[in-house]
Design a binder for this molecule. Structure first.
Ligand SMILES: [Zn+2]
Length: 322
């Protein structure tokens, strides 16, 4: 059984080493920037970490595109800004090839980050095929307690794919900030010091807040109420522009307490048409509707692209009226 910590070394890839050495400089600059950005993310009076808008926010020259790729009953998000790109999940195994095609159709040739939110097949199953012919810089996965590491084929295929990619592997670390082009994202969860409810892999989902200028996007994987509460205990979350609803719009997630804080202007639910789980829950739709009527669903709208210039949000969908 392969373990995620394993990392293959290829002594003959001289070219790759040069590339990596070259990258080291930019990595140092990146670390310095991350520290500066971290300083902007201040503790407030309650001891929670707050997000203050960066100076120089507002409209920017690049467009940030967030694609909610329709993979049926599963999750897949592709984020593109300039020459930088990040993939979050890639649906089931059978979706991998079409996710790869989708990325190349949008000119993505390399991925700066791939986030495998949590080891369920409707999220990670497609990742190996999606990235097989892509160069990946960094993989981010949750740090799952040894005894709960799944023995599924989907998970071992993911670990093999990470190995073969020669990408850097990082375990999600709460509060860590990464740069993606002119945007940045912060890891909000999972907290690894909380050992309760660890049998539920949904609550290991890597949750991130992506910020670009004044705009904020929250990606929750399949996080349930427990993980949402954990986030609220650590962060004083801001109002967000776009929420990727947790767990395909299931009533396990998108709790009232969480919504009261983040008050999304747009909500996206990724689920399959006529799925056997009854996703999304009508209760969740009603709950979100108190904040916004801009609810987009991959089962109804197909691929959904939400763009930001750092100030304004625009939405394009493959089908449907919205
Ligand atoms: Zn799922």
């Amino acid at each position: 059984m392969p373990t995620p910590k394993r990392k293959k070394r290829d002594p003959w890839s001289f070219e790759k080493e040069i590339k990596k050495t070259g990258r080291r400089y930019s990595k140092n600059i990146f670390i310095a920037l991350a520290i500066m950005l971290g300083a902007v993310m201040l503790f407030d009076k309650t001891g929670l970490i707050s997000f203050n808008d960066l100076k120089g926010g507002g409209a920017k020259s690049e467009t940030l595109q967030v694609h909610f790729v329709d993979v049926g009953q599963g999750d897949c998000e592709l984020i593109i800004i300039g020459d930088d790109a990040m993939l979050i999940d890639a649906g089931e195994k059978e979706n991998g090839a079409s996710v790869y095609k989708y990325m190349t159709d949008y000119g993505v040739k390399k991925l700066d980050y791939v986030i495998a939110t949590h080891p369920h097949s409707d999220h990670i199953g497609g990742i190996p095929a999606a990235i097989k012919n892509m160069s990946v810089d960094t993989f981010i996965i949750p740090d799952i307690a040894e005894k709960y590491i799944p023995t599924t084929l989907a998970y071992s295929n993911l670990i093999d794919a990470i190995d073969e990619s020669n990408a850097k592997l990082e375990y999600a670390e709460v509060s860590k900030v990464y740069e993606l082009g002119e945007a940045k994202f912060t890891i909000l969860a999972p907290s690894t010091d909380d050992a309760s409810d660890t049998t539920n892999l949904n609550n290991y989902s890597v949750v991130i807040l992506l910020e670009y200028g004044d705009n904020k996007f929250l990606f929750t994987g399949d996080a349930e109420k427990k993980e949402e509460n954990d986030i609220n205990k650590t962060f004083n979350l801001p109002k967000v522009d776009v929420l990727k609803c947790g767990h395909h719009g299931s009533n396990t997630s998108t709790s009232q307490a969480f919504l009261d804080i983040i008050q999304p202007d747009y909500a996206v639910i990724e689920c399959g048409a006529d799925n056997s789980y009854g996703h999304p829950s009508s209760d969740i739709i009603d709950r979100i509707a108190k904040y916004t009527n801009k609810i987009y669903r991959t089962d109804l709208n197909g691929n959904i692209i939400i763009s930001s210039n750092g100030k304004d949000i625009s939405v394009k969908t493959e089908k449907g009226n919205k």
